[in-house]
Design a protein around this ligand. Structure first.
Ligand code: 6R9
Length: 651
């Protein structure tokens, strides 16, 4: 961010506060605000997170900062993540509780009790060890949303081999880059998977990818997902998953006691801008933090059926489908597919059939539900729900309210959780049984978190002013480093606002934000996405929020082209030629000012998105400016790019 002032500060504010429903508060995991205590006790407060886990060896200290910003949490402690997610739940009745429920793409469903999941994880761990995997070998997992993915993650964790999960939809190229960067010699994948009913050949992509990896890939394990629908041949060093597990049936594998600071996994994130970075998470701090936040924010309880409808290939799936919920001994639901196949009520049918208690998804999904119409959620009994959450992008007040009303029936708090791959777990959000909600603002920092919005000199800005979102104290979920890139880690996140000579380390999130007088933070988007109009800086999130506030608009993305370009996706059945652009213009004038009025509005049925549902503004900017688009393989819906190019070219 440069010295110039932001425009639009103090406008497009979050809506008025909504108190959490009494029915929720009376049974919430957290009913008192612990923020003050956390501040007084910091960093000792984080023992409360560590206490949620079982430690093989007690830790010596809560926080070691002698190598800052390479902090060590719960140093001296030893634990195993898989043992925390499985073994310790096997005592007593919990072993027959469902750990995982899977809803497959073709209407199949499978349930694993904790006992059954533990058995398969041990067999998989035995199989991986049998292939030669030893502690600290990175194992790449290139699997769609099938139970074998969490099984393989936990099997790796059991033997102390960090996993690197790559989104199943990424290209062969993206896969080989990640295998190479992580120096990974072992791969678990599948023959193929179904997308909208069609069989896709995953193994073909894998074979191509492996050919272009610079080192030897010693073994590839292939899950047979499609059976007769896609016969395949196993080459040298390729093994059938089910045959391998059968060969190790019933074997037990002792969990490796890992140092708290040892790596649990690496996760490559390309985000919406830039090169992929291998974010590394250590075992003790990460697992404590995701368990603590799942309990405090998602209100997860052992008896719940909890559903995070995200992909495990995204950090959200690691933290809040697999590790957090299983560490707490709850039933976590895993779903494969898309929300509109076979029909647009698929998710609500799953909620009803499984009596889901807590539902967590991305704003982009909620905007799609809003676009399709309230009749889909309303045609199902959703009364089992007690809490809703969102993650991944700002959620505008209109979408928030739609979710609160049509999915939550006005009885469920909505938590808008801001966090990043690098933070490991949630950082800014309301505590659902404690804080009032303000639609459009993520909320205050969580207990123990010192988040500040600062100007280019690192000084806190006044309420209402926009600035850079920074974090001042370390927290247990934080990334340990970037894989093979300690220098890049410091450079990327800790150089902008820190004063190393004074021992003063400040984490730069790369996001822009604004705080209100109550300390609620509204995230305004990546600082790279900010647009510059005649010397004034406009936040994309604010502009988009003003556009989406227009009746008939489902989703919008704003970028700089020749002036301000707004890509707008209308709701189902809305004809945009009937005055919509004028209403949008007026709404933007009112919310921000005429300077922010889009110069060009392009209507489109969809916007290009990453696989975690983030709008790719970088691509939309390139389309608007007629530039080369670069690599589009990380897109969930690459076809839309060509369509938009044509639309813009034709006009
Ligand atoms: C968990 C995750 C991180 C970036 C982050 C920010 C955006 C995430 C948000 C949000 C506004 C929220 N983001 N949650 N923006 N409100 N509640 O998404 O990790 O994939 O690494 O992305 O996502 O821009 O910096 P990751």
């Amino acid at each position: 961010m440069d010295e110039r002032r932001w425009s639009g500060s103090g406008t497009a504010d979050a809506g008025p506060s909504i108190p959490p429903p009494e029915s929720f508060v009376s049974r919430a995991n957290m009913r008192e605000d612990p923020r003050e205590e956390f501040d007084e006790e910091w960093p000792g407060c984080w023992e409360r997170a560590a206490e949620l886990l079982s430690w093989e060896t007690e830790y010596d200290t809560v926080l070691e900062d002698d190598e800052a910003p390479f902090y060590r949490w719960f140093d001296g402690g030893k634990l195993n993540a898989a043992a925390n997610c499985l073994d310790r739940h096997l005592e007593g009745g919990a072993k027959n509780r469902a750990a995982l429920r899977w809803e497959g793409k073709r209407g199949e469903s499978r349930t694993y009790t904790y006992r059954e999941l533990a058995v398969e994880v041990e067999e998989c761990a035995a199989a991986l060890s049998g292939l030669g995997v030893v502690e600290d070998d990175v194992v790449t997992l290139y699997l769609p949303m099938i139970p074998e993915l969490p099984v393989a993650m936990l099997a790796c964790a059991r033997i102390g081999a960090p996993h690197s999960v790559v989104f199943a939809g990424l290209s062969a190229d993206a896969l080989s880059t990640r295998i190479e960067a992580a120096n990974s010699e072992y791969l678990v994948t599948c023959d193929g998977y179904y997308r909208r009913g069609d069989a896709f050949n995953q193994k073909g992509k894998v074979d191509n990818a492996v050919l272009s990896v610079g080192h030897d890939v010693r073994a590839t394990v292939v899950v047979d997902r499609l059976g007769e629908d896609l016969p395949h041949h196993l080459g040298d060093d390729q093994y059938d998953y089910h045959d391998l597990l059968a060969a190790h049936a019933g074997e037990s594998v002792e969990p490796v006691a890992r140092d708290s600071r040892d790596d649990l996994f690496v996760m490559y994130t390309s985000g919406t801008t830039g090169e992929p970075k291998g974010v590394v998470h250590a075992t003790g701090g990460y697992l404590s933090y995701v368990a603590w936040t799942a309990r405090a924010v998602l209100d997860v309880e052992p008896g719940d059926t909890y559903w995070c409808a995200a992909d495990i290939g995204w950090i959200t799936g690691h933290s809040y489908i697999v590790y957090g919920p299983l560490a707490l001994g709850t039933t976590t639901l895993l779903y494969e597919g898309t929300p509109d196949y076979p029909d647009r009520d698929r998710l609500w049918e799953i909620v009803e059939r499984n009596a889901v208690d807590v539902f967590y998804t991305a704003p982009t999904a909620v905007r799609a539900f809003m676009k399709w119409g309230a009749e889909y959620p309303e045609s199902h009994d959703l009364s089992s729900l007690r809490l809703l959450g969102t993650v991944g992008e700002p959620i505008d007040p209109r979408t928030w309210k739609w979710y609160y009303r049509h999915v939550g029936g006005g009885n469920c708090p909505v938590v808008d959780t801001w966090w990043q791959t690098e933070t490991g777990g949630m950082m800014l959000t309301t505590l659902p049984g404690v804080d009032e909600m303000k639609p459009g603002a993520a909320g205050p920092p969580l207990p123990g978190i010192d988040a500040r919005v600062v100007d280019p000199d690192g000084e806190a800005v006044d309420p209402g002013e926009a600035g850079s979102l920074t974090i001042r104290r370390p927290w247990p979920g934080m990334a340990r480093t970037l894989y093979g890139g300690d220098d890049a880690f410091v450079e990327e996140y800790w150089s902008r606002f820190s004063d190393p000579a004074a021992g003063d380390w400040v984490y730069d999130s790369g996001d822009a934000a604004r705080v209100d007088p109550d300390g609620y933070v509204t995230v305004l988007g990546r600082t790279d996405d900010v647009i510059d109009v005649s010397g004034r800086r406009l936040s994309t999130a604010e502009l988009e929020s003003a556009i989406v506030a227009t009746e008939g608009v489902a989703e919008a993305a704003v970028v700089a082209g020749d002036g301000i370009y707004a890509y707008v996706s209308p709701e189902q059945g809305v004809d945009p030629s009937r005055g919509l652009p004028e209403v949008i213009g007026t709404n933007v004038d009112d919310a921000i000012g005429p300077v922010a009025r889009p110069d060009r509005i392009v209507f489109t049925p969809d916007l290009p998105k990453t696989r975690s549902g983030k709008i790719m503004r970088r691509l939309l900017g390139a389309i608007a400016r007629g530039e080369d688009l670069g690599d589009t393989s990380a897109l969930r819906n690459p076809e839309i790019v060509g369509e938009l190019r044509e639309t813009i070219g034709e006009e």
